[in-house]
Design a protein around this ligand. Structure first.
Ligand code: GLU
Length: 862
């Protein structure tokens, strides 16, 4: 309905209602005053007043309006406007039903705040748009928003500026263009992929209900606007039905303007209404007279002042809400509906009032259901990057297509989310497998983060770490896995046991002290035995009166006694005196403790594998340069060292950054390979969960030390995405049901060779058996003991033969030969006693009889 027609219609309805009695009617005079020539405009307005008018409505043009205004002021004729006017003051005889731009601007500011936007772009058409949004541009709180402002170019192609916004990664857009252009802007945004579930639009036109939004209903974008009239209100509906019936009656057809009411039409209708209300009141109190007036004349219209005052003080309900004015003639306490494009159509979700601000009336539940419905049947583009076991190529003998080509922890997680929220998804591997890092000089992001920012993906999933920097560019869901940086390194090597490992249970000092104790005790025994009279015994007990007494504790016997006790064997003579028995007792106690300790410790030493690792912690790694260390060439682990303020990590970063050949690798898989092949000369900083996965399968690798930090993986989505809320709800439910744990078990411990290292470790059984390497030294000692014994025996044999040869005065060779033959014959265990020689008797040697020979039995210990 056009304004002019609306005006006529409103007047007609007043006349039909016979508000002013059966004969008095409002007589509308409609004149089109062309914009531009001010002299001509003034003449036309003067012609109007000359015919006698009680009020002038309009016009819409600011320039012409100014002429009308000044004439009305001079002649005290009420001037009623319904146009957008940014002036801060109105003249006395004027009211404007259009909400003041500062009110609207405040409404948009409140709306932006209620959405929690931290940044947005304003797309505007002319400078008035910026005036309209001045409250927003003034950014009430410092750094509250980051705003970019883009003016649409002349012509019909706005894609260039929309593209610029897309490159910035901005998803919140405030569109301030004429209502007729809104569709064009939205359509072009849709064409360049800016109409996804992550994009949010506020349209400043109050007539969004006039725009055909059919194409955008299922886009998932949030399109919000404010409106002054609610087309669903009974008054508005009745009025439109009445109007349409009239139009059909007179013109037989309905035009576009007849179907939906424009804001300016409603304002004009309301303008007539408040005028009629005021004039009714005035008419009741005075005899209202219309008088023709002259622009040049001095006398104003006498009723003008009262009429305008009644308009200002009287509060009346209209199509555009309760109409009341402040003393300046602007509308006060405006109420605007907040409308959002839903799948059905535009829906009122709340209201904004000058005094109270934003008030959402659509309940949380409704919104949530709406959102769920919004996600249901939607198809999300999910950007993925490969890393075992989060995202992997599926193993199958058949040719796979579509989403079936991928599998892993994240794929299972996503399919559970999709099942619960009933959305579809398309997996798209990101080019270059980049997760997303920022180029500090240009501020440009790459990888999956870029995909999200550019609207090419709705979600990004992999082992994507939530970081402060990334959080500035995208949103993250709640975390689905917690982790920290740690070191992956070769498992400690088994130390080959030393030949003389049986000596290990006691330290060298203890061995030396034991030897010293052994010699010391033997000497003490020798001395005490000589001192004590009880150790001197009769060598021939049958002879009660011996000439000599014998002491069995010679120095050699003492050593033998001490050795026998030390070896837990004992010997065939024992001390008799108390003093020597005390020495023996103490020595036995000492040996008991020493030998038990040795045995216990030996058992532990021989059965427990000694593992040795050159590094046990990050500090060990930092203080050496032999073992190189590195990280993935782009990722949060590298950034951790790069941005760290701790001296140790800064030092490590300098080492990594400057080392040639480079210590950074392209992927975790490459890092693992390098640790394996560099034989203990390379350690790789990796996220603990990934280390867990690797060490389940690569048994030669292990995690060294604890965690350097603590962080989490999350799903990335565009800033301000409405999807975040309900993805979070499902993730929380999954967490409370232990689904993450189950999925982790499946992909970390079971699938693709998981549990391999556990089997190997368990397969060997309990304590490992001792092999030759463990006990080799004992054999060596035994053999060398045997060897020495053999040598001593040879010497003894040789000396004995020399003796015999001397005695018999026979050649040594013969004696040797004869004795050797006797020995080697190995026949019998008795030997004939050698004939006693005269000289021998003098020596007192004992002789034992035999058939053929005389032998002297010598006790080596005496
Ligand atoms: N998860 C890391 C990221 O999101 C990649 C691996 C790493 O840096 O160790 O950047």
């Amino acid at each position: 309905m056009k304004q002019e027609i609306a005006f006529r219609y409103a007047v007609d309805r007043v006349n039909e209602a016979r508000i002013f009695g059966p004969r008095t009617k409002l007589r509308p005079i409609i004149d089109k005053i062309p914009d531009g020539d001010s002299h001509f405009a003034s003449k036309r307005v003067c012609a109007l007043v000359r015919s006698g008018v009680s009020a002038i409505f309009g016009p819409q043009s600011p320039k012409t309006s100014a002429h009308v205004q000044s004439i009305c002021d001079a002649l005290e004729i009420p001037h009623i406007e319904t146009r957008w006017d940014y002036r801060l003051r109105r003249d006395d005889y004027s009211v404007n039903l259009y909400p003041h731009p500062s009110s609207l601007s405040k409404a948009y500011l409140d709306l932006v705040r209620s959405f929690g936007w931290k940044s947005f772009c304003i797309v505007y058409e002319d400078k008035m748009g910026l005036v309209r949004l001045q409250e927003l541009l003034k950014t009430p709180r410092r750094n509250e928003f980051k705003i970019c402002i883009k003016k649409i170019p002349y012509g019909d192609d706005f894609r260039s500026i929309l593209n610029e916004i897309q490159i910035r990664g901005e998803h919140n857009i405030l569109v301030d263009v004429r209502t007729e252009r809104v569709f064009q802007v939205l359509k072009q945004a849709q064409q360049i992929g800016m109409m996804s579930g992550n994009h949010n639009y506020i349209i400043t036109s109050l007539d969004l209900h006039l725009v055909d939004l059919e194409d955008f209903r299922y886009s998932g974008s949030n399109i919000t606007a404010l409106r002054l009239i609610d087309p669903d209100r009974p008054e508005v509906r009745n009025l439109m039905a009445d109007w349409q019936a009239g139009r059909i009656l007179y013109t037989n057809k309905l035009g576009d303007d007849d179907i939906i009411m424009k804001t300016e039409t409603a304002l004009m209708y309301d303008a007539v209404k408040i005028f009629v209300t005021a004039i009714q009141i005035l008419d009741n109190s005075t005899d209202l007279q219309m008088t023709p007036m002259e622009c040049e004349g001095e006398t104003p219209w006498v009723y003008g002042n009262s009429l305008i005052n009644f308009m200002k003080v009287e509060m009346s309900p209209g199509l555009t809400g309760i109409i009341e004015f402040d003393p300046r003639g602007f509308r006060s306490d405006v109420t605007l509906d907040i409308i959002e494009l839903k799948r059905t159509n535009l829906q009122k979700v709340g209201t904004w009032r000058t005094e109270k601000g934003v008030n959402y009336t659509l309940s949380q539940k409704d919104t949530h259901t709406e959102e769920r419905e919004g996600l249901a049947n939607k198809t999300l583009i999910v950007s993925i990057a490969f890393n075992d076991p989060y995202i992997m190529l599926a193993e199958s003998s058949e040719r796979l297509t579509g989403n079936a080509r991928y599998e892993g922890f994240c794929i299972d997680l996503l399919s559970e989310l999709a099942e619960k929220l009933k959305f579809n998804y398309i997996l798209t591997p990101v080019e270059g497998n980049g997760y997303g890092s920022i180029d500090k000089t240009t501020g440009e992001w790459n990888g999956m983060i870029r995909e999200i920012m550019d609207g090419r993906a709705d979600l990004a999933m992999t082992d994507l770490t939530i970081s402060y920097e990334r959080q500035q560019a995208v949103d993250f869901t709640m975390p689905f896995m917690n982790l920290g940086i740690s070191i992956m390194y070769k498992k400690p090597q088994k130390v080959p046991p030393a030949l003389f490992s049986f000596l290990s249970p006691l330290s060298i000092e203890v061995w030396i002290y034991m030897m010293a104790a052994f010699v010391g005790v033997s000497l003490l025994m020798y001395v005490l035995a000589r001192v004590s009279p009880y150790e001197w015994q009769n060598p021939h007990p049958c002879n009660p009166d011996p000439d000599t007494l014998e002491n069995q504790f010679t120095i050699l016997n003492c050593l033998w006694f001490a050795l026998g006790s030390l070896m837990q064997q004992g010997c065939d003579f024992l001390p008799q005196a108390v003093s020597t028995r005390m020495v023996a007792g103490m020595w036995w106690f000492f040996t008991l403790i020493m030998i038990s300790s040795y045995t216990a410790n030996l058992a532990a030493f021989l059965t427990v594998e000694r593992l040795e690792s050159p590094i046990e912690s990050v500090e060990d790694l930092a203080k050496q340069t032999k073992i190189k260390y590195g990280t993935k060439s782009s990722g949060t682990t590298k950034n951790f060292f790069k941005d760290s303020n701790l001296e140790i990590y800064q030092r490590m970063w300098t080492f990594m950054e400057t080392h040639t050949p480079p210590v950074f690798v392209d992927s975790n898989a490459a890092g693992v390979e390098r640790v394996k092949t560099d034989n203990g000369l390379y350690a790789y900083f990796m996220e603990s969960t990934s280390i867990e996965y690797v060490t389940e399968r690569e048994c030669s690798l292990t995690q060294v030390g604890g965690l350097l930090d603590s962080k989490s993986y999350g799903i990335a989505l565009p800033r301000g995405s409405s999807n975040k809320g309900y993805l979070d709800v499902v993730l929380l439910t999954m967490q409370s049901q232990g689904r993450f744990h189950i999925l982790k078990n499946k992909w970390f411990r079971q699938k693709r060779g998981g549990g391999k290292c556990k089997e190997e470790a368990g397969g060997g059984g309990g304590a490992s058996e001792l092999n030759l390497e463990n006990v080799g030294g004992v054999f060596v000692v035994l053999m060398s003991g045997m060897g020495m014994a053999l040598a001593v025996a040879i010497v003894e044999f040789g000396l004995e033969c020399l003796d015999i040869a001397k005695e018999e005065e026979a050649p040594l060779r013969e004696v040797l030969k004869r004795e050797l033959i006797f020995v080697l014959k190995c026949k019998g265990s008795s030997k004939p006693v050698r004939k006693k020689a005269e000289s021998d008797e003098a020596n007192g040697d004992t002789e034992y009889g035999s058939n053929d020979y005389n032998y002297t039995a010598k006790n080596p210990l005496t």
